[in-house]
Design a protein around this ligand. Structure first.
Ligand code: HEM
Length: 86
């Protein structure tokens, strides 16, 4: 269930920025986009622009009508949370 999903701050998200280990955040949710890269109709290169980052803005600029929630449900890793203060 969703209660067991990880809470991921930007510093952790940033470490997953490689072609073979790519995560990205959309609308507060973090997805492992690695298995989807080769299927993206807009190409791998476009999708890799948001690897390790919050891709919400770029996503909505390119195709706000696409339902990322439904498409990548199986790739959900957790929730993007603010960086813990020290
Ligand atoms: C096209 C999904 C992220 C850029 C598409 C299409 C889908 C899709 C379904 C076809 C849309 C249509 O024809 O109506 C996704 C998913 C994403 C994602 C699930 C997140 C994991 C991104 C990002 C960018 C991007 C972050 C830009 C940096 C594009 C472009 C096209 C496209 C430019 C148009 C390709 C064309 O028609 O030639 N994407 N996308 N996508 N996507 Fe994405």
């Amino acid at each position: 269930g969703t209660t067991s999903l990880a809470r991921i701050p930007p510093s952790v998200l940033r470490t997953h920025h490689k072609r073979d280990d790519a995560w990205a955040a959309f609308n507060g949710k973090v997805y492992n986009i690695t298995p989807y890269l080769s299927f993206h109709p807009g190409g791998e290169k476009e999708l890799m622009r948001v690897a390790g980052r919050d891709g919400t803005k770029l996503f909505s600029l390119t195709h706000a009508w696409v339902n990322v929630d439904l498409m990548l449900d199986a790739c959900l890793v957790g929730f993007l949370v603010p960086e813990p203060s020290s």
